[in-house]
Design a protein around this ligand. Structure first.
Ligand code: GDP
Length: 205
């Protein structure tokens, strides 16, 4: 897929206030500093796009971008913040949970994992939670250029092995790096395939 156009649409404080659900939608989430803004910019080929949702006030919200007038890219707040109050965290978790479980056009959640580390509890917990909710997701292992390929491979395998302990099926995964645009085509092809599948399903109805 070629990116012809990518534009910021709106930042919403709840799923009810999100744009009309009239396009297939793909959300990006991960711990703060995992490389989410960098990945969104790489995917869209726009250097400053995710800066909009990283600006003050918007990091807590559900940020919609429209790509090629065809699908929505959604930048979600990071999880696992240490520096916010309990009540603020609860509020944010509720907003994210509502969005993930109620947004009917949400096709896939890209869960970003820092490829430099062995499996982290907080990421495993989040992914297991998605499994319980039965929301579709794929894993994206970021910053692959920061370690040797063998180390990245080891970390990816360790994460999948952890999931294997409780899961029958493993999610699809991508390995990305912004320095070499690694993973960009794979992710865009995946989105393209999903968009086509959504269209076919609509035509059947
Ligand atoms: P966010 O908080 O998840 O949005 O993370 P950012 O996109 O701001 O990235 C955090 C830091 O990691 C920044 O200094 C980025 O330049 C760096 N970073 C993100 N992705 C990559 C990558 O693929 N390779 C390298 N070398 N650095 C990256």
């Amino acid at each position: 897929m070629k990116i012809k156009e990518a534009a910021y649409v709106i930042s919403s404080p709840s799923v009810e206030q999100c744009p009309k659900p009239d396009k297939p939608e793909y959300a990006f989430i991960g711990r703060s500093n995992v490389g989410k803004s960098s990945l969104i910019n790489m995917i869209c080929g726009r250097d400053a796009l995710a800066k909009i949702s990283a600006s003050p006030g918007k990091t807590k919200l559900i940020n919609h971008f429209v790509v090629n007038k065809e699908w929505y890219l959604v930048d979600l707040p990071g999880y696992g913040y240490a520096k916010i109050s309990q009540s603020e965290r609860k509020k944010r978790e509720k907003m994210i949970q509502d969005y993930l479980r109620k947004r009917e056009t949400l096709v896939n959640i890209f869960v970003l994992i820092d490829s430099r580390h062995m499996p982290q509890k907080i990421d495993l917990e989040f992914v297991n939670q998605l499994g319980e909710w039965q929301v579709p997701f794929t894993l994206v292992f970021t910053k692959a250029d920061k370690e040797k390929p063998t180390v990245v491979e080891r970390h990816v395998k360790a994460f999948l092995d952890k999931l294997r302990e409780t899961w029958q099926f493993l999610p699809r995964n991508f390995v990305t790096s912004i320095t070499k645009k690694q993973g960009r085509d794979e992710i865009l092809n995946f989105i393209d395939d999903c968009n086509k599948a959504v269209k076919e399903k609509q035509n059947e109805i």
